[in-house]
Design a protein around this ligand. Structure first.
Ligand code: PLP
Length: 389
């Protein structure tokens, strides 16, 4: 079990050229991260104190006032929504996900990803705004300030924004409108790393809360993430995640939490079911530190060299190397195939099973994404592709 837990369980190892997908276990962690987690597991600490330390580190890395380690970006979104609704109000924290108080969150129709469910899980009521002209190809216009302003009401507590290379252009508009309305803007930046500049980018533009995955490009534990943002909102999120089975007389709150703002002690909050463990907190911080110090240019050059070697083995097939400067993250190989999903299914059924990204399958492309591809898998991957293509 120790040396090969998967073999002991009869679970097959897979060649992952699809990216740090949650269903394939997310990132593959560096030995330093694993060792930090193991060391963390062998002691008792105050989780609030540990989250205070995490907040300082996350603030340094993101430029935000404060930060919190969550159990993923989806958890960060739920907590961000809960914080926007409850703020310092312990009665609202206790009532979520129900309640007769304001809990509307505006969400542009172009930003309605499957992860909007994580916002709604807080008890927020999602209010769709704007048009999906760009997403449907019907037109050129994106989000406009008047569409946000027209949807504002006293019930609106926040606005959600799913950032990517396309939607980024609308971010300043959303930020300005939210500022004017006095509501926080919650940015889903789960998969917007690398480049590492994006750790600071959305906060610098004025986003109030930003969610990142820890188990994707950051290379942290699979079940980890970051919520970075305004101190009061992060503190509210932390309170709704912490174990609150404490005696008021002996509780020493985290420094992030100013007890004078609380009329009493909250009970277990909406986030109690996705508590971040000491191992995840320490592992995420170690991974964040490594990510900030990494040399993206050198890493991408190494990945490109590996992709070129694999592409050379696929002679006769239509293979295009798309550099990091175009993808905005890591270089990838695009492999043109007819019946992309059928080919993908055959690869997944192989021995060993091989996964390519299906994100462009609709246009007849399987994408070889090397983000978490182990170097020792390059040769068997090329062989499997040759066999199936
Ligand atoms: C992956 C992803 C999430 C969820 O992140 P987890 O860390 O797995 O919880 C949320 N939003 C987007 C856009 C994502 O790509």
């Amino acid at each position: 079990m120790m040396n090969d837990p998967y073999a002991a369980l009869g679970v097959r190892r897979r060649i992952n050229a699809a990216g740090a997908l949650t269903r394939l276990g997310g990132a593959v962690m560096a030995p330093e991260v694993v060792e930090a987690m193991a060391a963390a597991s062998r002691a008792s600490v105050d989780i609030g104190e540990l989250q205070d330390a995490a907040s300082t580190r996350i603030a340094e890395a993101t430029g935000a006032e404060a930060g919190l380690v969550t159990t993923g970006a989806a958890a960060a979104l739920t907590l961000a929504a809960a914080a926007s609704i409850a703020r310092w109000d312990v009665a609202r924290m206790a009532a979520l996900p129900h309640g007769d108080f304001p809990r509307d969150i505006l969400i542009p129709r172009t930003h309605r990803t499957g992860y909007a469910h994580a916002l709604a899980a807080s008890g927020a009521r999602l209010v769709d705004i704007g048009h999906n002209d760009r997403g449907t190809g019907a037109g050129v216009r994106g989000l406009e300030a008047w569409e946000i302003e027209a949807a504002l009401s006293p019930a609106v507590v926040a606005m959600a924004f799913s950032v990517n290379a396309t939607s980024l252009a609308d971010l300043p508009t959303a930020i300005a409108a939210c500022r004017a309305a006095g509501i926080p803007l919650i940015v889903d930046a789960a998969a917007q790393l690398p480049p590492k500049e994006n750790l600071k980018r959305f906060t610098a533009l004025g986003a109030d809360l930003v969610a990142f995955s820890g188990g994707k490009a950051l290379g942290g534990p699979q079940a980890s993430g970051i919520l970075a943002g305004k101190r009061d909102l992060v503190a509210s999120a932390l309170l709704q995640q912490l174990d609150m089975d404490v005696a008021p007389e002996t509780w020493s709150p985290p420094k992030l939490v100013d007890r004078a703002n609380l009329r009493g002690l909250p009970h277990h909050g909406i986030g109690r079911g996705f508590k971040a463990g000491k191992e995840e907190i320490v592992g995420l911080l170690m991974a964040l530190d490594r990510f900030v110090k990494a040399d993206d240019t050198a890493d991408n050059a190494r990945l490109e060299a590996r992709l070129k070697t694999i592409a050379a083995e696929l002679d006769g097939h239509k293979v295009t190397l798309v550099p990091a400067s175009i993808t905005g993250r890591v270089p990838v190989l695009e492999i043109a195939v007819s019946e992309a999903l059928a080919v993908s299914a055959r690869l997944q059924r192989g021995d060993p099973p091989v996964h390519l990204s299906e994100r462009h399958a609709a246009r007849g492309v399987l994408t070889l994404d090397p983000q978490v591809l182990l170097p020792e898998h390059d040769a068997p991957l090329a062989a499997a592709l040759r066999a199936v293509l």
